[in-house]
Design a binder for this molecule. Structure first.
Ligand SMILES: Nc1ncnc2c1ncn2[C@@H]1O[C@H](COP(=O)(O)OP(=O)(O)OP(=O)(O)O)[C@@H](O)[C@H]1O
Ligand SMILES: [Mg+2]
Length: 210
């Protein structure tokens, strides 16, 4: 393809030079006109090339957008019906009460069986165990990314399912091992999901420099 492309371009230039040269020699055209014709031709072909680049970038973008839209339209695995929006903020007591859990994708494999854990507000807790032991799964259950098959996860003594989803998401933060950053300012990344209906909670957020 490259050879074809370069060869064709060179052949066209040689052809124009040859024909134009003959015209110039026969006084049918001035040398200046030939030079400007060739210059115009060059910038025209460059423009067509960049048009082609735009179209290939555009089709790549359409392909990527397809995936994003598919994700946006994906129905949730379970519908959250919780409506509880307490006026006070969360105190932060966490309880897993006799939780059993297996992933919907692998129902045969039990990840947690009759698991109970109670964490007081302000307490720092480390979950330690072998790889695949279920530590991240516990966090996912606390994040309400999955429903426990049995038992309940409670925050401040209330099942997390009873809280309004948006309300809860605005109050629980997760810092992952491998943080995903969106192509925005650090500030925007920090307050992601905290946007309230009446705007951003500006005063709670440090500036980018901090
Ligand atoms: N989305 C998923 N679907 C099905 N099975 C999963 C899913 N995520 C994790 N698992 C399985 O659940 C089990 C527990 O995984 P989990 O990620 O909770 O372990 P972990 O203790 O966090 O391990 P690590 O120390 O490697 O982070 C593993 O057997 C894993 O293969
Ligand atoms: Mg893990």
């Amino acid at each position: 393809y490259m050879i074809n492309n370069t060869f064709l371009t060179a052949a066209v230039i040689a052809g124009v030079l040859f024909y134009g040269g003959t015209l110039v020699l026969n006084d049918a055209m001035s040398a200046g006109s030939l030079v400007s014709f060739m210059l115009y031709q060059q910038s025209l072909s460059a423009s067509f090339q960049s048009l082609g680049d735009v179209f290939s970038a555009l089709s790549a973008a359409v392909g990527a957008a397809d995936k994003v839209i598919e994700l946006i339209n994906k129905p949730p695995a379970f519908i959250e019906s919780g409506t509880e929006k307490p006026d006070r903020d969360l105190v932060g007591s966490i309880e897993f009460r006799n939780v059993s859990f297996s992933y919907p994708a692998r129902p045969g494999i039990t990840i947690l069986e009759n698991f109970s854990l109670s964490i007081r507000p302000g307490e720092v807790v480390a979950l330690v165990g072998p790889s695949g032991g279920g530590k991240s799964s516990i966090v996912k259950l606390l994040e309400r990314q999955y429903l426990p098959s049995n038992g309940a996860v409670l925050i401040d003594g209330r099942d997390i399912g009873s809280y309004d989803k948006k309300w809860l998401r605005q109050r629980v933060a997760l810092v992952g091992q491998e943080p995903v950053l969106f192509a925005r300012s650090i500030k925007r990344n920090i307050i992601y999901g905290m946007e309230t209906d009446d705007g951003l909670p500006e005063e709670q957020v440090p500036d980018d420099e901090e």
